[in-house]
Ligand binder design. Structure first.
Ligand code: ATP
Length: 257
């Protein structure tokens, strides 16, 4: 069974300037343990599709299932964690207490919260920083803390909306490596939005290329790269070939403009 299955998903926003077709006839299967990147120009519906998976938007037509349930049922069962572009940490709470906040809201006991926070801090290599405040951490560390927060209640699925977009390239490289390691260690299914071709190719088992007006999937590229990926895999022939393939697909999608 697919973890995420979209069949003929359409989503139209009614705006004052008329309807906006954010998603048109989206069909996609994401299998357990996949790392799927969504790439495409601004406005092609990447965020809308991620938000639809998270039950933050409702399709106008079509069927979307998450773990065999409706997105809303999946949300109630805490099937996924969501990582936003900005870390969104409360400045008056320590890193540990920021990570613990959703657990408090969900009613986890104090002992359970402490155990979970310690485990996810270790996963993102921030164990020494739990007692610090967000402003005492670099941007990359803050984003790692927000990933830890999304992992704390042990969801099988991680939805990540351009989490590293605001970071410089060196930090981004390091976080890409760390995220791959975390994915390998935990076996999570990850849906990841990005504007970066190298990031999509480096991270993914499947690259979904989208195009705007209306927002739709124009190509799904299965990666031929092994799951073990040192950073220098980016110099390999396979990596360069895949990058060209993604770039060509993006160009074709732009042809309609
Ligand atoms: N709540 C909303 N109401 C009306 N229109 C919306 C709403 N949310 C998104 N849209 C429109 O839907 C389209 C898809 O937007 P979306 O944010 O999903 O694109 P995106 O591919 O994530 O873009 P970006 O890369 O800039 O984040 C855009 O035309 C956007 O203006």
């Amino acid at each position: 069974m697919s973890v995420i299955e979209a069949k003929g998903v359409n989503l139209t926003f009614q705006t004052r300037d008329g309807p906006v077709h954010a998603l048109k006839d989206v069909n996609l299967s994401i299998e357990k343990g996949d790392f799927v990147s969504f790439i495409g120009p601004s406005g092609c519906g990447k965020t809308t599709f991620l938000r639809t998976m998270a039950a933050l938007e409702t399709p106008s037509s079509g069927v979307l299932s998450v773990n065999g349930m409706t997105p809303d049922q999946a949300r109630q069962r805490r099937a996924y964690g969501y990582v936003f572009q900005a870390p969104g940490l409360y400045p008056w709470r320590t890193i540990s207490r920021n990570i613990a906040l959703p657990l408090e809201i969900m009613g986890f006991s104090k002992a359970d919260r402490q155990q979970r926070v310690a485990r996810v801090l270790d996963l993102v290599e921030l164990s020494a920083f739990g007692g610090k405040f967000p402003w005492q951490l670099s941007g990359g560390m803050q984003q790692r803390a927000s990933i830890a927060r999304a992992l704390a209640f042990d969801a099988d699925i991680l939805l990540m909306d351009e989490p590293f977009g605001a970071l410089d390239e060196i930090v981004r490289d390091r976080l890409n490596e760390a995220l791959l390691e975390l994915w390998q260690k935990t076996g999570k299914t990850i849906a990841f939005v990005t504007h970066s071709i190298p990031e999509a190719v480096y991270l993914s088992t499947k690259i979904v290329v989208m195009s705007p007006r209306p927002g739709r999937i124009t190509r799904v590229i299965d990666s031929s790269l092994p799951r073990e990926r040192p950073l220098d895999i980016r110099d390999s022939e396979d990596f360069i070939r895949l990058s060209h393939e993604v770039r060509d697909a993006l160009r074709e999608g732009h042809g309609d403009d």
